[in-house]
Design a protein around this ligand. Structure first.
Ligand SMILES: *Cc1c(COP(=O)(O)O)cnc(C)c1O
Length: 383
């Protein structure tokens, strides 16, 4: 590609546009932290936890160092370990199952629904049976709210209750989305999210949070966050982690949370325009009635017979970047191959891994630029 065309490349996520919109508010927030020097557990951390609780309606919010730590800390707090099974969807980022393996428990991988990409509840049922047949004790289920849309919280909740499982919702991609009028962060025993820069609400480094209505669990999580601390610093009552959110990141998130609702609305406009421009040539994402999405990714499925590599190359030649989430499901990766999968296999996840591709999506994608993406997709499909 010549230099002229390369300079017209569209960013996959435009972090710069958001920085411009936020103006000096981020610099000012960071400057306040530099002035008070409470880099760990500063007042901004407490403030952010209160702001996040108000935003989503959860009673308790415990911020932490990453989305992965958020998931791991809940499993640690509940004493999940060897001999236990935790049911996870296989079509997700590895961290969902990784945290289960780190505790010594066994992730049991189940399939997803072809339309929503989220956990298939019949496969969940089969996964619980698979775990029992192998002599494992099913303890928990981790639904993932993939690409920004909530999993089927009601149906999963019913199975979890019947089987005696607790629900740990992995909302790393979907904080800000709602299910039947309630925001994520208020379902199951606890919800984990991530503030990795590329997530819909991201900081300028790693960060995460846990949401729960259970006061006792929140207290244990606060202890685990600081090496299992008890009533004082040198009284350690359990094993924990160094898993705090830096004060600087909290200060940044306080500012970003103020414009987050606006950004979610902008992302939804972009998604609606994609659906109108592309709905008749590719399979566009399906948002379930009663759900909203934060559009962490705008993932389409290519029609049968379209070569995905050639499609991506054709878009790249037009300056349009794409990404594949996920080219392999968890059960297809070396570290996870030996873990049990639900009876009936994982055929939907395997098909999705072969035909999904994500298009540029962010709150600052203007109509002219988006039209270029739409034209490039239509061109690549019809040639
Ligand atoms: C990003 C992500 C995580 C992990 O979050 P980190 O902050 O990167 O540790 C976990 N689960 C899912 C589904 C994710 O997308």
């Amino acid at each position: 590609m010549n230099q002229h065309l390369r300079s017209q490349s569209i960013p996959f996520i435009d972090v710069g546009a958001q920085r411009r919109r936020l103006g000096n508010s981020i610099e000012d927030a960071i400057a306040r932290v530099l002035a008070h020097c409470q880099f760990i557990n500063g007042p901004e951390v407490t403030q952010l936890e209160a702001d996040l609780a108000k935003f989503c309606g959860a009673r308790h919010v415990v911020t932490c160092a990453s989305g992965t730590d958020a998931l791991l800390m809940v499993l640690m707090a509940k004493g999940v370990g060897r001999g236990d099974a935790v049911i996870c969807p296989t079509f997700t980022f590895c961290a969902t199952a990784e945290v289960v393996a780190l505790t010594g428990a066994t992730p049991v991988l189940v399939d997803v629904d072809a339309a929503t990409f989220n956990m298939d509840v019949e496969s969940l049922r089969r996964g619980v049976a698979t775990a029992r047949r192998r002599g494992l004790k099913p303890r928990a289920v981790i639904p993932v709210d993939l690409f920004g849309q909530s999993a089927d919280q009601d149906a999963i909740g019913v199975i979890a209750q019947a089987e005696g499982l607790f629900v740990l919702d992995d909302a790393a991609q979907a904080f800000g989305a709602s299910y039947k009028g309630r925001r994520l962060g208020t379902f199951g025993l606890a919800t984990a999210t991530s503030f990795f820069p590329a997530k819909p609400l991201g900081c300028f480094g790693d960060g995460g949070a846990i949401f729960t209505d259970d006061a006792e669990l929140a207290a244990i999580l606060r202890s685990i966050r600081v090496h299992g601390q008890g009533s004082d610093k040198y009284d350690n009552v359990r094993f924990g982690l160094t898993a705090r959110l830096d004060t600087v990141q909290a200060a940044i998130l306080i500012e970003k949370l103020k414009i987050f609702d606006d950004e979610i609305a902008a992302r939804n406009k972009v998604a609606a325009r994609y659906a109108r421009g592309l709905g008749n040539i590719v399979t566009v994402p399906h948002v379930v009635a009663g759900c909203t999405s934060t559009w962490a990714q705008y993932t389409i499925r290519l029609p049968e017979g379209v070569d995905r590599d050639a499609f991506a190359a054709a878009l790249k030649a037009q300056g349009v970047p794409t990404a594949i989430y996920y080219p392999r499901s968890i059960h297809q990766q070396a570290a996870y191959r030996h873990f049990p999968v639900a009876d009936g296999g994982l055929p939907v996840s395997e098909r999705l891994s072969a035909d999904v591709i994500a298009l540029p999506m962010h709150a600052y994608l203007d109509e002219a630029t988006q039209d270029r993406v739409i034209a490039a997709v239509r061109d690549a499909i019809s040639t």
